[in-house]
Design a binder for this molecule. Structure first.
Ligand code: SF4
Ligand code: ZN
Ligand code: ZN
Length: 300
């Protein structure tokens, strides 16, 4: 059994991509410091910023909220209640309890009141559930942040999420994606700054942190996640990682360093404003307001 690099006691984890073995106590310390360093490295925010953490009830977003508060950042939570049956009810409970334990403010947006429950919206469109879900979540993160005076939205995306999405987009040579994905996207054109402080931490690492910190997160997957192709790409990357540790992190970091600057487009197309709600949009009416029109045709 390996020994902790810091205290030489029995290690509970070995991270081959960092060539680092740590005990329980020093893993937690390392994890928090590593997050702090990532925040500084990408100049994500400072203690003067007001941060809204998008929480789902899963391990990543709850762990992120906890770490940010432990590090002394001004971070509150936002939960979008999607109305996906029992799954949403249980995740809402977990998030509410967690917010209480942190003694932090939690904002809840109920999709049923805003539009309709997600399964009902999905039934009306030809779009995949995750695409509709992404649309309504992004919309609310941005809108609520501005309305409530937050200047940064933080999400719990980890390295596995980022690297698998990158792999999928490279395989399709999606040039637009390659110029758009960065762990910090500055405020512009009606969008608040968006950051991903866990972008260099693997899913295993965030799961271990959540476990060691006793975070009560929702373990079951969203019923729609089964069709997520991202799971498949994550498995492939893990197989590659097993054979050559460090590949996943290098793949992602080299993209940020070498590829993103080449594809990043400077001609930021001026976005208009939705004539119904005022949120940024390419067209006249934003995607969410268009959904609303379809759900209540007489509202216009
Ligand atoms: Fe939304 Fe899809 Fe995630 Fe479920 S799996 S929460 S529908 S993005
Ligand atoms: Zn130790
Ligand atoms: Zn709108």
């Amino acid at each position: 059994m390996k020994k902790c690099r810091v205290c030489k006691r029995r290690a509970i984890v070995y991270m081959p991509h960092h060539r680092l073995a740590l005990c329980r106590e020093h893993f937690t310390e390392w994890f928090e410091n590593y997050t702090k360093k990532t925040i500084k490295e990408f100049r994500m925010f400072t203690k003067d910023d007001r941060i809204l953490v998008a929480v789902s009830g899963g391990k990543d977003s709850l762990a992120l909220w906890k770490v940010l508060r432990k590090l002394g950042y001004n971070a509150d939570g936002l939960y979008v209640h999607l109305g996906i049956g029992e799954y949403s009810e249980r995740s809402r409970e977990k998030v509410e309890k967690f917010a209480e334990s942190l003694d932090a403010r939690l904002i809840v947006v109920d999709l049923k009141e805003q539009l309709a429950e997600l399964p009902n919206i999905v039934g009306l469109t030809s779009r995949e559930a995750c695409s509709v879900c992404g649309l309504v979540k992004r919309y609310n993160f941005n809108k609520v942040a501005k309305e409530e005076g937050y200047n940064v939205v933080a999400t719990g995306h980890n390295l596995d999420d980022e690297a698998s999405a990158l792999l999928a987009n490279v395989l399709n040579w999606n040039e637009k994606y390659l110029g758009r994905k960065f762990p910090v996207l500055e405020e512009e054109g009606g969008f608040v700054r968006k950051v991903k402080p866990f972008c260099k931490l693997t899913e295993k690492e965030t799961a271990l942190y959540a476990l060691l910190e006793g975070i009560d997160f929702i373990e079951e997957e969203c019923p729609y996640s089964e069709d997520a192709t991202s799971v498949f790409y994550k498995e492939i990357l893990n197989k590659i990682e097993e054979r050559s540790p460090g590949t996943k992190l290098r793949f992602y970091l080299d993209y940020l360093r070498k590829v993103y600057p080449k594809f990043k487009t400077e001609d930021k197309k001026e976005l208009g404003r939705c004539k119904v709600c005022g949120e940024p949009t390419m067209g006249e009416v934003c995607g969410v307001c268009r959904l609303k029109e379809r759900l209540t045709p007489s509202a216009r």
